[in-house]
Design a protein around this ligand. Structure first.
Ligand code: CMP
Length: 140
């Protein structure tokens, strides 16, 4: 049985290009409910810890640089089969490979500046949600 929650970040590139509103509208129209949401800015320690699984990979420093370059919107989203359904909505990590109509196809400019993050498993959805939100900040 797949879980009802996933975790997402609208990344600094999407905020700086003014696309956050359109991205949130697409998430809403796809039937995801917002269980938690905030605007925040990741510190270097936050970004290195959040993406620790990618430490040592060639793209790690560019990723950390992007994620600390400006504010992000972090969210817990509710939907049935949330992780898989959200990954369909956002499309492939590389926007060049993303399906037409997906968020990354529409708004990402590169594999690093790819507009949004979505958890890749139920286990990571829980870990990532707990990274940013306390119990009193969740509403569904
Ligand atoms: P995200 O879903 O946030 O998870 C890891 C991030 O690393 C990914 O989106 C991209 O922004 C970034 N990244 C950059 N290059 C690569 C790559 N070659 N493979 C996977 N992720 C990459």
């Amino acid at each position: 049985m797949n879980g009802d929650y996933t975790f997402s970040i609208v990344k600094p590139d999407a905020l700086s290009t003014g696309k956050a509103g359109q991205i949130l509208a697409m998430i809403n129209e796809a039937g995801f409910e917002i269980a938690a949401m905030k605007l925040t800015r990741m510190t270097l320690q936050h970004a290195e810890s959040f993406y620790s699984v990618h430490k040592g990979k060639p793209f790690f420093s560019n990723l950390v640089e992007l994620m600390t370059s400006g504010p992000v919107i972090v969210m817990i989203l509710r939907h049935n089969n949330a992780v898989e359904e959200f990954r369909k909505l956002i499309g492939s990590t590389d926007p060049a490979k993303a399906e037409p109509g997906t968020i990354r196809k529409k708004f990402a400019s590169s594999i690093t500046k790819n507009a949004v993050h979505g958890s890749d498993s139920d286990e990571n959805a829980v870990r990532e949600s707990n990274f940013f939100f306390s119990e009193t900040e969740r509403f569904l």
